[in-house]
Design a protein around this ligand. Sequence first.
Ligand code: HAM
Length: 455
Amino acid sequence: MAKEKKAIKSKPQVLEEAAKAAPKEKVVAPPRTSSAPELLRGMRDILPAEAKYWRFLRKTAEDFAVAYGFDCIETPIMEPTNLFVRAVGKQTDIVEKEMYSFDDQGGERVTLRPEATASIVRAYLSHGMFNIPQPVKLWYEGPMFRYERPQAGRSREFHQVGFEILGEGKPAVDAELIIVGNAFLRALGVAASVQVNSIGHAGCRDPFKAALLQHYRARRSEICEDCKRRLTRNPLRVLDCKIPECQPVKNSSPQIVDHLCDDCRTHFMKVLEILDEADVPYVLTPHLVRGLDYYGRTVFEYVPAGGEEGAQSALGAGGRYDGLAEILGGRATSAAGLAFGMERIIARMREANAPVPELPAPSIFLAQLGEHARRKAFALFEKLRAAGIRSAANFSKESLKQQMEIAGKLGVRYALILGQKEVLEGTLIIRDMDSGVQEIVGYEKAIEELRRKLG
Ligand code: HAM
C-alpha cells in the first residue's frame, strides 16, 4: 500500500527538525487563523523541541543546589500586591508599570509574581525559619510575570531559577552566590562574565544620591525625559538608563564606591578577596545599581560574553538585601541571593551549540499484532518499564511492517513481537534488529532473557 511506503520520521528526527526550525531568541508571533485562540502578547509555549534544554537546565540547577546545600522551596505564583510594592519598591519600573495586578473575586488586590525574592522572605518569616539553624539556603524555579515591552530576550512570562541565603551577613555568602552562579553558567556551556559593585547601605547612599543629583542637574539639558523624571522620584535609577544620549553624563557621574562607609567598604573588599582567591574573574562596575529597591551592599549581574551591554541581555543577577525582612514587618535578617533568567540562558546555550544530553534511547521496541496481543502488550510494556528496560511501543499501529519501521528508526537493539499465535502459546518473539535473527522465548522468561542480552 502506498500509505505503508511513506517514510515514517522517527520522534528524535521530528524533534530535531522542529528544534532547527524553532525560533532562537526572536519573539515570533504564532501563526494565526481567524478562529484559532491567540497567545497573549509576550507569552509563549515551550514546545517539545526545546525540552532537552529545559530538562538539562533544571537538572543542573538541582545538582548545584544539592552540592551547595540549598533546599527546594515553592511559593505561590500569586501574592498580595502589597508584598511586591513593599519589597521591590513603589518607585521602581516593576511596581509602577510592570505588574499583573487585579482584584480577585473577594475584592483582594493580588499580583502575579514579578520575581520571587519577596515571596521567599515572606515564607522565611511566616514559617519562623529564623528559629532553625542559620543560614537558611533555599532555591526555586518557576514562572514570573512582568508587563514589559516584549522583544528579544524579554517576555511577559519568563522563568527564573534562584538561590537565596537568609540569616547570614558575612561577605562569604555574597562570594558564595557569585561563585555558584559563575560555575552554574559554565556547567551549562554559557560564556559570561560577572559584573560586581557595592551600593552600600542607606547611610552611604544618601550622600551619594545628593552628589548624583548635583551632577545630573548641572547637565539636565543632556539627559532623556525619563532620567529627568527619575531624578525627582528615584535618583539611583538614572544609572540604569541605556539610552545612548545619557551615557556621557552617566559615565562621568560620581561613583558610589567613593561614598561607602568603612563597614560597607570592608565588606566589599572581603567579597572581592574571596573571589580573587577562588580565581573567579569579575568586572568591577561602578555604575551597576539594579532595578529593585531592596538591595544594599553587594550587587552583581551576569552578562553574556560578547553580548551587548544592558539589562536586556543580563542572564542573571542578584545581591544582598539585608533590610528586606524588616521592610516586610519581620525581624532584622541579613540575606543575599541571585536569580537567572532561564529563557535567556537557553537562548545562549542554543547559540553556542552547548552540548546537552539527550534522553537515553530505548533498547527495545514492543510490537503487537491483533486485538488480543495488543491488550497483552500493555501489561508486558509495564513489566518492561518496571524492570528498568527502556522500551518503546506504538499501541495504536496495527501493521507489523509499520511498527518494524518505527523500531528501525529508533535504532533499538531488539524488537519484541507479540502476535495472536504467541499469545495462545504463552511465548513471544525476540528479533535482533541488526542480524534479523528471531528466537522464541516463553512469555514469563522474556524479561530475564532481555536482561541477559542487554548485559
Ligand atoms: P532581576 O534582575 O529583575 O532580579 O531578574 C533576574 C533575571 O531574570 C534577569 O537577569 C533576566 O535574566 C531575567 N529576566 C528578568 N526580566 C525578564 C523578562 N522580562 N524576560 C526574560 N527574562 C527576564 C530579580 O528578579 C531578583 N529577584 C534576583 C535576586 C534574587 N536578587 C536576590 N535574590
